[in-house]
Design a binder for this molecule. Structure first.
Ligand code: MLC
Ligand code: AMP
Length: 498
């Protein structure tokens, strides 16, 4: 099943209706979407790409960037979205590992990609800027605006999403057409999207939340998108009267609550606020309810599985929980090889049509993350309530989630440890009022080394994505270790909190 063709069923009868209204003033109907995706599909096919070939994109958010993704889906090419914060070293790894045939980048990054391309199979390079202009658009100008969609199987590769790992090496999660169709359909029904909806979309489109959850159910419902290039609380608040639903990471809600204009009347046209990608604090949940009269619906997901659980649309949306398994998805909470009942914490394991096909060219790693009977180990620690609401109570993986972005401490420790004058380091997450958690580095210096916080921050900033850069660096004489010699990150976290 071609996922784009599946989504088309939702809007085929209303081609002249508006699909997307951008903050730039541009407006696109579903018929425009059909032409734009056909053009992408025809152009890439004309370049000689075969099914499953990768098309990588590190681009600013624009309607044309979204059409690039949907055009790849339609033609059966594998889309590889890259966070715009990723820097040269990170990008070099992704290109070498995924071997894309085509790379689309921001004009300012062209020289970097030209250099990287030499050692990465020489992909064709194009640019696309924040206004939807660039050499890609010029090159596609002559391509056909009609396209015969190929028939695809549910196991055909649709997208690779890179997620960092506890070893510091990123893994490409292989997402299939079947993953996208099953999850999109489940969410459209569970959250009751219809053609009368308009979703305020202010999430980035290089991760699962903004690219899948915020797009596929909308297509399937034939609904409309109010498209913001980035999240800016005052602009989002001003536009809410044009929308009926919004999806966000918890930081969106924290920042909107800081706006004096947020009131019941400002959200009176809204029917749904969804939060996910990171834990929503009970304080935020309660403050939102008190200020707006709306109860945020929290859900839980990950790159490897799209959406897994959700609070109910009609029943009680319970703060501090992520609700029930979505239809078709099985969830168990496991400790010592046994599935647990209510009240006891364990690792969340999942099964279902939403679960990915494994990590790109890492069969070993893939085998490790699945149980012998086929359940995927999420690395999240969960607990059931008596009435089967799931709560995420911790993580078995060493991971920090900052403003909805995942940061693996190991990756930052490797960068800090390479700085001259550093003996060793440990990176932990500490509570942060805006980002939920923030990256903090604890560093042991060599005796006499003239290294300060600013130097460590500057070095890390020059190497990796800015959201991974420590917000604070603390120097200590020794790292606390347990009897096995392992750094006790819980002790560091407690000390830092104190
Ligand atoms: C930006 N900065 C961050 C940050 N975002 N620092 C830590 N954590 C973050 N999340 C830093 C930048 O490095 C920069 O620092 C400064 O803040 C300003 O950058 P900005 O780009 O202007 O920030 P802003 O636009 O305010 O971004 C904040 C944000 C953004 C919350 C709007 O982070 C965001 O859109 N987050 C959503 C992430 C998301 O979509 N996650 C879904 C993953 S999918 P400096 O020093 O350089 O100035 C997933 C599965 C699921 O998890 O379940 O959904
Ligand atoms: P990613 O790998 O970027 O897709 O991030 C997925 C991770 O985000 C999950 O494994 C969880 O740790 C976390 N996550 C997503 N939604 C929630 C939520 N509602 N509450 C707590 N953690 C969440």
């Amino acid at each position: 099943m071609n996922a784009y063709g599946f989504f088309r069923r939702g809007f085929a009868a209303r081609l002249e209706a508006t699909f997307l209204e951008a903050d730039s003033g541009e407006r696109f109907s579903f018929a425009d979407l059909e032409r734009a995706t056909a053009r992408v599909a025809a152009f890439l096919t004309g370049l000689g790409l075969a099914r499953g070939d990768r098309v990588a994109a590190q681009i600013d958010k624009s309607p044309q960037g979204l059409f690039l993704y949907l055009g790849c889906l339609r033609a059966g090419f594998c889309f590889l979205p890259l966070n715009t914060a990723y820097q040269r070293g990170e990008l070099g790894y992704f290109l070498q590992d995924a071997e894309p045939r085509v790379v689309v980048c921001r004009p300012a990054m062209l020289a970097t990609f030209e250099e990287l391309a030499h050692s990465a199979g020489a992909p064709r390079l194009y640019t696309l800027d924040e206004h939807g202009q660039g050499s890609l658009v010029d090159a596609m100008a002559g391509a056909a605006t009609a396209f015969d969609d190929p028939t695809l199987g549910e196991n055909d590769l649709a997208v690779i999403i890179y997620t960092s790992g506890t070893t510091g090496r990123s893994k490409g999660a292989m997402v299939t057409h079947g993953n996208l169709t099953s999850n999109g359909a489940a969410l459209k029904d569970y959250w009751r999207f219809t053609a009368s909806d308009a979703l305020l979309h202010a999430l980035p489109i290089f991760h699962v939340h903004g690219l899948f959850v915020g797009i596929h159910p909308i297509l399937l419902a034939g609904a409309r998108i109010v498209f913001h290039r980035r999240f800016d609380a005052p602009s989002v608040l001003a536009d809410l009267p044009r929308a009926t639903a919004m999806m966000g990471v918890p930081t969106f809600y924290v920042r909107l609550l800081a706006e004096p204009g947020l009131s019941r009347s400002a959200v009176k046209h809204m029917r749904l606020f969804v939060s996910g990608s990171a834990p929503l604090l009970l304080d935020t949940f309660a403050a939102w309810q008190a200020r707006t009269g709306h109860t945020i619906l929290e859900r839980y997901g990950m790159s490897e599985a799209g959406m897994i659980t959700s609070n109910p649309y009609d029943g009680e949306r319970r703060g501090g929980t992520v609700g029930f398994p979505l239809p078709g998805v099985s969830v168990r909470v496991v400790a010592d090889g046994k599935a647990l009942g209510p009240g006891a914490p364990g690792v969340v394991e999942i099964k279902g049509p939403n679960v990915f096909a494994g990590y790109w060219r890492m069969p070993e790693k893939t085998r490790e993350e699945f149980t012998a009977d086929g359940w995927f180990r999420t690395g999240d620690v969960g607990q059931w309530s008596e009435d089967r609401y799931l709560s995420i109570v911790g993580r078995a993986k060493d991971l920090i989630i900052s403003g909805g972005y995942n940061v693996y401490p190991k990756e930052i420790e490797l960068v800090i440890d390479a700085i001259p004058g550093v003996v060793e380091s440990a990176v932990v997450g500490v509570p942060h009022p805006d980002f939920g958690e923030s990256v903090t580095a604890v560093v042991v210096r060599q005796q006499g080394a003239a290294l300060d916080e600013a130097a460590v921050v500057a070095h890390v900033k020059s190497q990796i994505a800015n959201f991974k850069v420590p917000k604070r660096v603390v120097f200590v004489d020794d790292l606390p270790r347990n009897a096995m010699g392992k750094v006790q990150k819980n002790v560091l976290r407690d000390n830092l909190k104190a």
